[in-house]
Write a protein that binds this ligand. Structure first.
Ligand code: GLN
Length: 310
């Protein structure tokens, strides 16, 4: 067991070293200044296994803006809170469009294609805002519990930038409200959404906190049920078809794991029955996915034979 951990650690280090200069192929998100100023050459990888060990290399303990990775936690919270009626308000189909495209939403009468594009995550934010007395606090508490770390925090600079530059996200919310698919007041919903995007976590914390999705909904350490096995299956299915946005098909083709990226440069990949991989490298490709992160996950999945399609 100890030997396996040391071997895995070595492997991660080797894979990371091979990516050393590849961050130059991407561009750090620059839609808000708080993200544009992140050092582009930081990179890390962590692998959490169902035995409860998290192994990492590089900057795997460095907190970064989780951005759209927060959509995974929000989805699980909303499913647990309202159950199947959720699927009347958001669908489970890939959008075939960029994560922040608004063109489908009007044609489809304010029903987002899935919960992990921006429109869908704003819809989920409405469910949380409407069903928790303080949804932001509930969200942070939930993540801290899953990661077993009370120091996880919201980056206020990122939050303020998100608010200032959030006109397109506001447009999603208003458009859905015009179709009666948003219950709470739009400013409250947006404030929740921007808050969850602004949480900072490390690869180590993310790998730890999502192990339940690799374990049929059960936290492998505490044995607590975080969601049902059916819902873990459903979340993983959505991540497989839509988690890497308009590159989800290519990711399934080359890697074969449920995954979710964020414009902060993080990616989480769920390996059912094994654990969670989390990578971080800020420069993105034009789909909004981390260039180095995609390479790292592809390489580790291949080396360890982790694809769910084998
Ligand atoms: N805060 C970003 C947005 O709302 C999150 C998008 C992402 O990480 N893909 O556009």
């Amino acid at each position: 067991m100890k030997k396996n951990i040391i071997e895995l650690q070595k492997k991660l280090q080797t894979l990371l070293s091979a990516e050393k200069d590849n961050y130059l192929q991407g561009k750090v998100a620059n839609y808000i200044p708080a993200l544009a100023s992140v050092k582009p050459d930081l990179m890390g990888i962590a692998v959490g296994t169902l035995e409860g060990k998290v192994v990492g290399a590089g900057d795997y303990q460095h907190p970064f803006s989780i951005q759209s990775i927060s959509k995974v936690f929000g989805l699980v919270m909303a499913i647990n809170r309202i159950g199947d009626p959720l699927w009347k308000r958001v669908r489970m189909e890939p959008s075939g469009l960029p994560f922040n495209s608004i063109i489908q939403l009007q044609a489809e009468k304010g029903i987002p294609r899935n919960p992990v594009i921006n429109a869908g995550a704003i819809l989920i934010s409405d469910i949380l805002t409407s069903n928790f007395s303080s949804s932001k606090f509930a969200f942070l508490t939930y993540i801290r519990k899953l990661a077993r770390n009370d120091n996880i925090r919201i980056d206020n600079d990122v939050y303020l930038s998100e608010v200032k530059h959030g006109h397109l996200n506001a447009a999603f919310a208003h458009l859905m409200k015009s179709f009666d698919n948003i219950e709470s007041e739009v400013p409250d919903v947006l404030s929740h959404y921007f808050t969850q995007c602004s949480i900072s976590m490390s690869c180590e914390q993310l790998a730890q906190s999502l192990l339940f999705l690799a374990n049929k909904g059960i936290d492998p350490i505490t044995k607590e049920t975080i969601c049902t096995a059916r819902d873990a299956h459903r979340v993983n299915a959505i991540l497989s078809t839509s988690g890497m946005y308009d590159q989800s098909g290519e990711f399934a083709f080359s890697v074969g794991l449920p995954a979710k990226s964020g414009v902060g440069g993080g990616i989480i990949a769920i390996v059912p029955g094994y654990g969670v991989i989390c990578t971080w490298s800020p420069p993105l490709n034009h789909y909004g996915n981390s260039v180095v992160g995609m390479n790292l996950i592809e390489n580790i999945a291949e080396e360890l034979g982790l694809s769910i399609y084998h």
